[in-house]
Design a protein around this ligand. Structure first.
Ligand SMILES: *Cc1c(COP(=O)(O)O)cnc(C)c1O
Length: 398
């Protein structure tokens, strides 16, 4: 649109001007054919880049057969994908959703229902941590606790007790007879790529065992290979009771899942929960194809190696730009560059160098490449960032 017309869309996203016609691998192309390196990847969603031949084939083949039947009927792709996710994780049970916030809602409901089913409906509160992001539904904004997300949407849903992360004594003090579980985002993505220490995750696990409460991991962003393991909890050598997945799991098709142990899913009996679209045949076809690629030998190890490669190169970049860069952090290909100034203008300069990135809290720019990116593409992104910083410095000083 030309800007003189009034948009018919809610103003929630501002009015982005950059728009793309098609994509291939790690690149996006405008209608004029201008090429951009996509290290935004639809906010960590396009885990296998754009137009991956195996995903295109799976989706188009299914599209010619059957799109939707609802969960009144058995969907074979659901059993298949659920079994494969369980075999690759801690879980024995899966519920399919369409978005991260929904998978978190399912996770919260599962934790509460576990205690209600055990005769303790009063155990219904969840402990959450500042800096985490869990989605934009009424329950998940209450869980996330960020003021900007809650503002104007009162009443805030009750049932969440938020504390600062990485303080195990405080977690223990916060657990009461009404606590159902603890929700942790192992690497806080939107919050600025804050990598929670493995010792903290291990301590939270131990407290959950001690008090027989549910450990819920929000791996919507960290899961499905993003951190260089299939799931981020594997870095800490622990297992959750319940876990939410979304973003990369559908490679760009809306798909999410709540995974749980048999024990944790005990209360989710017939009729207790449902979704019209969740687990539809199109999503299942793509989800199974994504997993085919991610479970290939060496796939996640390669993500870890490329992540280390990028972090090393970025550390060198920081050395030459200490006036602008505060910190480099991340795990696998979930990478944060914290600047001394708000990152908006730097993200813009980087886009002018034809590399796409994503903002996060704490003045952080996120690089979220497709997981099948190459070292050459990582080099290209970092060279562009170097150029963007030169440009930004000039702008700022003029
Ligand atoms: C993106 C995200 C969500 C919300 O996912 P939606 O699909 O936008 O609902 C929840 N938790 C985390 C950690 C996320 O990164």
């Amino acid at each position: 649109m030309d800007g003189t017309q009034k948009s018919s869309l809610f103003s929630t996203y501002g009015h982005p001007t950059l728009s793309f016609d098609h994509g291939k691998g790690s690149y996006l192309f405008t209608i004029e054919g201008t090429r951009y390196l996509d290290f935004a990847a639809g906010v960590a969603v396009n885990a296998l880049g754009h137009a991956h031949p195996k995903l295109v084939e799976a989706l188009t083949e299914q599209a010619g057969k059957l799109w939707h039947v609802s969960n009144l009927f058995a969907i074979p792709g659901q059993e298949k994908l659920a079994k494969r996710l369980c075999d690759a994780s801690f879980a024995q049970k899966v519920f399919f959703n369409n978005s991260g916030a929904e998978a978190m809602e399912t996770s919260i409901k599962t934790a509460r229902r576990f205690h209600a089913h055990n005769g303790h409906p009063e155990r219904n509160r969840l402990i959450t941590f500042t800096g985490a992001f869990h989605g934009r539904t009424l329950a998940t904004i209450a869980a996330g606790g960020k003021r900007e997300h809650l503002d104007g949407f009162a009443p805030r849903m009750d049932g969440f007790d938020q504390i600062i992360a990485d303080d195990l004594d405080l977690v223990r003090e916060t657990i009461t007879a009404a606590t159902a579980g603890i929700i942790v985002e192992p690497v806080q993505g939107e919050g600025g790529v804050n990598v929670l220490p493995p010792s903290f995750l291990q301590g939270v696990r131990a407290l959950c065992d001690e008090y027989n409460i549910m450990l819920i991991l929000d791996e919507v962003q960290t899961g499905m290979g993003r951190t260089g393991k299939l799931f981020a909890y594997q870095w800490a050598g622990i297992e959750p009771d319940i876990m939410a997945l979304a973003k990369g799991i559908g490679g760009g098709f809306p798909l999410a899942a709540c995974l749980a142990t048999d024990k944790a899913a005990r209360g989710m009996i017939q009729g207790s929960h449902g979704s019209t679209f969740g687990g539809n045949p199109l999503a299942m076809a793509v989800g199974n194809a994504v997993l085919d690629v991610m479970l290939e030998d060496g796939f996640v190890e390669d993500v870890a190696d490329k992540g280390l490669y990028a972090l090393q190169k970025l550390a060198a970049l920081k050395d030459g730009n200490n006036d602008l860069i505060e910190d480099i952090r991340g795990k696998g290909l979930l990478i944060g560059i914290e600047f001394k100034d708000p990152p908006g203008p730097i993200i813009k300069c980087l886009a002018e160098e034809h590399v796409l990135s994503v903002p996060a809290a704490k003045n952080t720019l996120r690089l979220l490449p497709p997981l099948n990116t190459t070292r050459a593409e990582i080099d290209e992104a970092i060279e562009a960032l170097e150029a963007a910083l030169i440009k930004y410095r000039k702008q700022r000083n003029s």
